[in-house]
Design a protein around this ligand. Structure first.
Ligand SMILES: Cc1cc2nc3c(=O)[nH]c(=O)nc-3n(C[C@H](O)[C@H](O)[C@H](O)COP(=O)(O)OP(=O)(O)OC[C@H]3O[C@@H](n4cnc5c(N)ncnc54)[C@H](O)[C@@H]3O)c2cc1C
Length: 485
């Protein structure tokens, strides 16, 4: 183990540059590019600047760092051969899903090969009686739910963006439905992973899709949230849920942030099985009204959704209405028809773009803290005050049912002073969450921007353990280098 760690340290810090024909980072030798073509076929390899630029960034504020080449494998055998090739030549590999990440996860900080997995887009096996499905990495959550439409089943994890399901595994994504149905951590049963040297791992055993297990270490859990740093996920077995018989959505405005968040806590404490409960501050509501042509009050607001039978819905709604009124909330504004509900949730999902529209030409930076639910009111009220005092342009929006919320800060990327203030705000908020026994990231991951906070969160022994795991699986430090650790 000690020698492995030593080797990994050396490779991690000074990765081989043998693949750089002229010693320039990211530039790949001609022979190596030919070898890539031999694996996936010429049409599926590109070194064109436009393709590399397009794959060198995600939706975050992190600057573009393009890979030396982009490849589009067609099957798992090709992924395995690509990994083995890169491993033997010491070339970094960066897995790419749909590029909707918010932490710079696909930036090629040491150059290398970006493996775009979107051509592997088959739904391999539906097991309706067992409530599970096996998907390739290019399948997105919307495509899966369209496929499931007539089966009476659905996959509820919903990060808003139409992300690839394996990208969602890699970032441990969640979103608006997590309060009722859990996050990706709760909904992945098995993974097929190509390890950095090309070997194939089935984290729960080949073809298995059981609901519970006490068989050894939780390898599946290790890869959920690994952000492309441990291997390439080439298939995921996901847990499905019965599609709800009926759904009702509503918005409710409150006189203060405190009142809205108290309502959330009380609804959860009363065990109302709410499916979605989302908070938007008044700045966010104003932006959504304009961006999505809504006509809601410009006030701290909760977006809620209830799922169940007609009878269960009536009961849930009655309980929730009682609690909101007790906290000074105005009456619910209902969206019962599917079209109305979609319009409401589309507005919520477009909150990121509504915030960006506050300062055209600027970029968005999203914080992502998550705290125990009992600490949510104090951190949200304090954050709102800090945001006002900071002079930054920002909104607050969040999956408050999980104790998770985002400040979307809209910043001029050409203004270094403003960028520094935004980063300082994010770090201060992260530290406040840690002080309240929370985490610096509920769902976006560590990526490039939160490595210091991760250290503070898990401590020295936690970091050492993570480094040892990384060294064991990726001794050459070639999988998505520069991320997480
Ligand atoms: C408007 C908007 C709203 C969003 N809202 C939410 C939200 O509510 N909740 C939430 O959780 N996220 C949210 N996100 C973030 C984003 O959608 C998620 O992080 C998503 O899981 C990223 O998936 P992707 O396929 O786009 O991954 P990418 O951005 O392509 O990659 C993300 C990371 O995963 C790695 N990766 C991707 N595919 C694989 C693979 N097959 N194997 C191994 N590693 C891989 C990459 O190397 C990278 O490190 C939002 C993003 C946007 C733009």
């Amino acid at each position: 183990m000690a020698s492995l760690l030593r080797a990994a340290g050396t490779w991690g810090l000074f990765p081989w540059r043998g693949y750089c024909s002229r010693g320039t980072q990211g530039e790949l030798g001609k022979g190596f590019v030919e070898a890539l073509k031999a694996v996936v076929g010429s049409p599926h390899v590109s070194t064109a600047a436009a393709d590399c630029e397009q794959h060198g960034h995600d939706e975050s504020i992190h600057r573009c760092q393009p890979p030396g080449a982009v490849v589009w494998p067609q099957n798992v055998e090709q992924v395995s051969r690509l990994a083995a090739l890169c491993y033997s030549e010491g070339v970094p590999i960066i897995p790419f899903g749909t590029g909707t990440g918010l932490e710079g996860g696909v930036c090629a900080v040491q150059g290398g090969v970006c493996v775009n997995l979107t051509h592997m887009d088959r739904i391999l096996k539906l097991n309706p009686e067992d409530f599970s499905v096996v998907v390739e990495p290019g399948v997105t959550r919307k495509v899966l739910n369209t496929y499931l439409r007539d089966s009476g089943l659905w996959f509820p994890v919903d990060p808003g963006a139409d992300a690839s399901l394996c990208g969602m595994v890699a970032t441990a994504a969640s979103g608006t439905n997590a309060v009722r149905y859990g996050t990706m951590r709760d909904n992945v049963l098995n993974l097929e992973v190509v390890l950095p040297d090309g070997r194939l791992l089935h984290t729960a055993g080949l073809g298995r899709h059981f609901r519970k297990s006490a068989a050894g270490y939780n390898l599946t859990g290790l890869f959920v949230g690994s952000e492309g740093t441990l291997g390439l996920i080439t298939a995921a077995t996901l847990r499905l849920h019965p599609a709800p018989e009926a759904m009702v959505a509503a918005t409710c405005a409150f006189p203060s942030v405190q009142a809205a968040v108290d309502t959330t806590v009380h609804i959860l404490q009363a065990a109302v099985p709410v499916a979605r409960i989302e908070f938007l501050d008044e700045v966010m509501m104003d932006a959504c009204n304009r961006h999505s042509q809504l006509n809601c009050s410009v006030a701290p607001t909760l977006f809620l959704e209830f799922h169940g039978s007609e009878r269960a819905l009536a009961e849930q709604i009655e309980q929730a209405e009682e609690i909101t009124q007790h906290n000074g909330g105005s009456h619910f504004c209902w969206a019962k028809e599917a079209e109305e509900r979609s319009r409401l949730w589309a507005a919520r999902h477009n909150a990121w773009y509504a915030a960006l529209a506050l300062r055209p030409g600027c970029k968005g930076y999203s914080t992502d803290v998550c705290v125990p639910i009992s600490r949510l009111p104090e951190i949200l009220v304090q954050t709102k005050e800090d945001l006002k005092a900071s002079g930054l342009t920002g909104t607050i929006v969040g999956h408050v049912g999980d104790g998770n919320f985002h400040c979307i800060l809209v910043v001029d990327p050409e203004d270094p002073e403003e960028l520094d203030r935004v980063k300082a705000f994010g770090k201060q908020l992260g530290r406040r969450a840690l002080a309240l026994h929370g985490t610096c990231t509920g769902e976006h991951g560590i990526g490039l921007g939160k490595q210091q906070l991760l250290q503070e969160e898990v401590g020295a022994v936690g970091m050492e353990t993570m480094r040892q795991l990384k060294a064991m699986l990726d001794p050459r430090g070639l999988m998505n280098p520069g991320k997480v650790l």
